[in-house]
Design a protein around this ligand. Structure first.
Ligand SMILES: *Cc1c(COP(=O)(O)O)cnc(C)c1O
Length: 523
């Protein structure tokens, strides 16, 4: 760390302090080319500036006495110092381009660079949502073409392209269901959500104003069909099923569930975020699904670490399609793709839209990536995506189930993710300790403590883009930490030893986040 050091910042305790490895303690806190880095406010004072601006004479203003009187308090780094600060920080990140990223339910797979090339073509990358429609014909063509393939792959009737994330798509689907129920004069109050559903499902139903009721899972980790049937009735608007579910299992009773829900006058929402496990193999439309979001950023591959970008188109059944939101694209018999908005909705026989989800048409960059992905894979390639995703997860499941407790392992193969619990760990050791030890081995941890139905859950999604050699290396690392956990190796409680930061109090950070830096000098 060679930058000016304002506040006498010192590196945290390093692994050498713990006697974990024998090297000398460095004065910089750096470990070889792994550089330490303080906060930007600790690097430089606010009394300097990295840019040379002319003094300005402040004239009268209309701020009515609200104008700032003190200095703004930004650190005065020069351009090279700023570039290095953020580059050093970026090196402390883990990314899918560095290695396997086994975060269950998140589908952290390789994103083909071809998609990026297509998304960056100026005609797509520079398109603006307020451009005249006549100048964006190519973009509309792409949206419409992607819509066609999403409908084709899912066996559904229509698709709302504009939702900007999976959870946003869920809200869109539930709003379609509400509009359809209201249109037939039958507003209902309850949405049923099984225990094996993703957490966003009950959140969406509650956000849309429904009362959420839980349906238990059976011993196999699937929806308890009899409990579901027993609860159906005239107050149930919809059932939200995640399939494959968050235990990594296919809901085999999906068709029976749909038939029962439809017989009771309700609708079936399917959380299709895990579509990469079944794409090309199963069409949700054939299973009686009425609405399902697809996470383009997961199944159809866009880099999506750190919260974005996302895109969650919702495919809709014939019963729900008339209520889908504006705007959308439609091709007329002359081959032209039109943008359907309020003013021309009647021409396209779409006057019952529930409203709109976003100001414009969705995430253009994700549409181009997803279409490039679909067209470059082809039907056989997409089917192989699902087959390889499932094969890789089962390879992990069977390579570890002698060491880690696989709660549903006896019920047969899993889908695209392998689920383990903490049973058999030594006294006082937890899933958290195992995950932190995995960081020392150079892997991002799996999804932890989710799903809730399994104690100390570890949900591992290797995805289809890992090679056997890559999986074998990961399995070796995981076996080693699993063996230590079973043997009761209490040193795991201090892990990670080799990460730039040691174990953090994540609960405290979530409950009492410190979001602003305060200068210890002025305290
Ligand atoms: C990722 C995911 C979601 C939420 O998708 P976002 O794009 O993060 O809003 C919902 N359900 C399941 C099963 C998921 O894996």
């Amino acid at each position: 760390m060679n930058a000016p050091n304002k506040s006498g910042w010192k590196p945290e305790m390093t692994a050498a302090d713990d006697g974990m490895h024998n090297g000398p303690r460095t004065v910089t806190g750096n470990r070889a080319l792994m550089l330490e880095e303080p906060l930007i406010f600790e690097l430089a004072g606010t009394d300097t500036t990295g840019v040379d601006l002319p003094e300005i004479e402040l004239g009268p203003n209309r701020l009515g006495g609200m104008e700032r009187t003190a200095a703004i308090g930004l650190p005065g780094l020069s351009e090279p110092e700023t570039v290095r600060h953020y580059t050093r920080l970026s090196r402390q990140n883990y990314a899918i381009d560095l290695g396997l990223f086994p975060l269950g339910s998140c589908t952290m797979k390789h994103n083909p660079r071809l998609n990026e090339k297509v998304a960056r073509m100026p005609g797509f990358a520079d398109v603006h949502p307020l451009q005249p429609v006549s100048t964006v014909r190519g973009a509309l063509e792409v949206i419409n073409e992607l819509a066609f393939w999403l409908i084709d792959l899912t066996g559904m009737h229509g698709v709302a392209m504009s939702p900007k994330a999976g959870a946003h798509g869920e809200l869109c689907g539930i709003l379609c269901i509400r509009a359809a129920l209201e249109a037939r004069g039958d507003p209902r109050e309850v949405v049923l959500v099984p225990e094996s559903a993703h957490g966003t499902n009950p959140a969406t139903a509650a956000f849309a104003g429904y009362r959420v009721e839980n349906i238990p899972a059976n011993a196999e980790g699937r929806v308890d069909l009899e409990a579901l049937k027993a609860r159906l009735g005239p107050d149930v608007a919809a059932v939200m099923i995640t399939n494959p579910n968050t235990c990594g299992l296919f809901e085999r009773d999906m068709k029976a569930i749909s038939d029962a829900v439809h017989a009771a006058g309700g609708f079936v929402y399917c959380d299709g975020a895990n579509f990469n496990a079944i794409v090309g193999k199963v069409r949700p439309g054939d299973l009686g699904v009425d609405a399902m979001h697809i996470n383009l950023h997961k199944t159809f591959s866009t880099p999506h670490g750190g919260g974005g970008p996302g895109s969650g188109p919702v495919v809709l059944s014939e019963a729900l399609s008339p209520f889908g939101p504006l705007p959308f694209t439609a091709r007329t018999a002359d081959g032209v793709v039109h943008l359907v908005e309020e003013e021309n909705a009647a021409e396209f026989d779409h006057t019952r839209a529930f409203g709109r989800m976003t100001a414009f048409h969705g995430q253009m960059g994700m549409f181009t990536r997803a279409l490039a992905y679909i067209l470059s894979h082809g039907a056989d390639g997409l089917r192989q995506v699902a087959e390889d995703a499932v094969l890789n997860a089962n390879y992990i499941l069977r390579s570890l189930d002698d060491l880690l407790h696989a709660p549903f392992g006896e019920g047969g193969p899993c889908m695209h993710e392998a689920l383990f619990g903490d049973r058999g760990f030594g006294e006082g050791l937890s899933t958290l300790d195992l995950a932190k030890s995995l960081i020392d081995e150079g892997y991002h941890p799996m999804t932890m403590y989710f799903p809730l139905v399994v104690h100390g859950a570890m949900l591992i999604e290797p995805t289809e883009t890992e090679s056997k050699a890559g999986l074998d290396q990961f399995i070796a690392a995981l076996r080693s930490v699993a063996e230590r956990a079973r043997a009761g190796d209490v040193s795991m409680k201090q892990a990670p030893y080799y990460a730039p930061r040691r174990r953090l109090d994540e609960t405290l950070a979530a409950r009492k986040p410190v979001l602003a830096w305060s200068d210890p000098d002025s305290a």
